[in-house]
Design a protein around this ligand. Structure first.
Ligand code: GDP
Ligand code: MG
Length: 409
């Protein structure tokens, strides 16, 4: 049995006295990552909060077996956007009793133990309902074979220092993408070996960061995909997915999605490609990290932006924010979600570069900037050069798509 432990997790070890919690913690985690779950709760919660804010893996050995105790940890994990993993030791009462009899040091009385065993059985019925997403139950038969796989977070790419050319929403505007890359000093040519795709020569040391929404609405979706996938494979570009890629992924995986006109254009273009290409596109989208933290934490790239406490975190909430942005839960006159203005309140140290919502001109707001300048709507395609903080744009050749306020999405 393998239990994945993301780099920044809160791990709760649950079980009655003598069930083997401390033994398990000892065998699989570093002593500095393990905190005893008993003692002064307020102080413990403060320490856990401090650790989670720093993103330090934290294992609680022996969370008191009440729903109330677990609730605090559910809240803490949510506030700090870290994974919450419960590992329950379902060891029979008789075995716990036997072990406690022969062990030295403090442990529960037989009466207290019986109560704990009962509490654990009750808890096991509803841990996921309490908001604990990852629940693993170990028994004396399985505990010996368990392995914990510590997983680095895909968003953390501190070692990537650029310089970068960060390109906003392309939406199938291949002609403009090629012009922009040329303007930036890249050379785009058809593949020398005759296979479909492009050879892109990069100016010394530079890398492209694509901010997602490569697909839908525009005429050159498959060329854009080929170019971006080729550059990512060659290591000359990074790419985060946009909400349009996620919807396409669902469709390609056979899920039931409402196909609007923009997505229909992508699907038509994909149908003209050799078999296997759509599969490769789906795999490419699925493999992308929803955001990146680059250059020792100084730069964050996400399709719809990201507020500071979410940088380098990886939960469904963080992914949704990076893909769709922050919404107020209300709809505007066109039925589109009203967006909350996270950038106006942003106080983080990292520069955040994003797209998603077309703007007429890229403008700095508190060290954040949107580089979606609505190319597919007849605006322009924009790149931010980093660290130079220069904008480079090429105008759209056409208005490929009527802008939001005139048409349904
Ligand atoms: P905790 O109260 O849940 O933290 O339980 P401990 O990990 O302290 O274990 C209680 C006693 O059971 C100790 O003496 C351990 O050596 C013993 N013990 C724990 N796990 C195992 C196990 O998997 N196999 C055996 N044989 N003994 C165990
Ligand atoms: Mg213990």
């Amino acid at each position: 049995m393998m239990i994945p432990i993301p780099e920044q997790s809160l791990v709760l070890l649950l079980g009655p006295s003598g069930s083997g919690k401390s033994t398990l913690a000892n065998a699989h985690f570093l002593p500095e990552d393990v905190l005893p779950g008993t003692g002064n709760e307020t102080r413990l919660h403060e320490e856990v909060a401090r650790r989670l804010a720093r993103g330090t893996l934290t294992v609680i050995d022996g969370v008191p077996l009440s729903a109330e105790s677990r609730r605090h940890y559910v809240t803490l994990a949510r506030e700090h956007h870290v994974a919450l993993v419960a590992v329950a030791l379902d060891t029979p009462e008789a075995l716990c009793l036997e072990r406690n009899r022969t062990r030295t040091g403090a442990h529960a009385s037989p009466k207290a133990l019986r109560n704990q065993v009962q509490q654990l059985q009750n808890a096991l019925k509803g841990l996921t309902k309490e908001g604990i997403r990852h629940v693993h139950v170990l028994t004396p038969e399985t505990v010996g074979a368990v392995a914990f796989e510590h997983r680095p977070l895909p968003s953390r790419r501190h070692d990537e220092h650029g310089p970068f050319d960060i390109i906003g929403d392309i939406h199938g505007c291949f002609t403009e993408l090629r012009s922009l890359l040329t303007e930036l000093g890249f050379t785009v040519a058809p593949r020398a070996d005759g296979s479909p795709g492009f050879d892109v020569a990069t100016p010394a040391g530079r890398k492209v960061v694509f901010l997602g929404d490569l697909v839908d609405r525009g005429p050159g979706v498959t060329d854009v995909l080929r170019l971006v996938m080729g550059m990512v494979e060659a290591g000359t570009a990074l790419c985060v997915p946009g909400n349009h890629e996620f919807k396409l992924l669902k469709k390609l995986r056979g899920k039931d999605v409402r196909v609007g006109r923009g997505l229909a254009m992508t699907l038509e273009q994909l149908e003209r490609e050799p078999p296997g290409f759509s599969q490769a596109v789906a795999d490419f989208i699925e493999a992308r990290s929803p955001h990146y933290v680059l250059d020792d934490g100084r730069l964050v790239a996400a399709h719809a932006g990201l507020k500071a406490p979410m940088h380098g975190r990886d939960t469904p909430e963080v992914r949704d924010f990076a893909l769709y942005g922050e919404t107020t839960g209300e709809a505007d006159a066109y039925g589109l979600p009203v967006r909350a203005d996270w950038a106006r309140d942003y106080q983080g140290q990292a520069m955040v570069v994003y797209g998603h919502t077309p703007v007429p001109e890229s403008e700095w707001v508190n060290n954040t900037v949107c580089v979606d300048t609505g190319c597919v709507f007849g605006g322009k395609l924009t790149a931010l050069r980093y660290p130079e903080r220069e904008f480079v744009s090429v105008p759209a050749q056409h208005e490929y798509w009527a802008s939001r306020s005139h048409a349904a999405p």
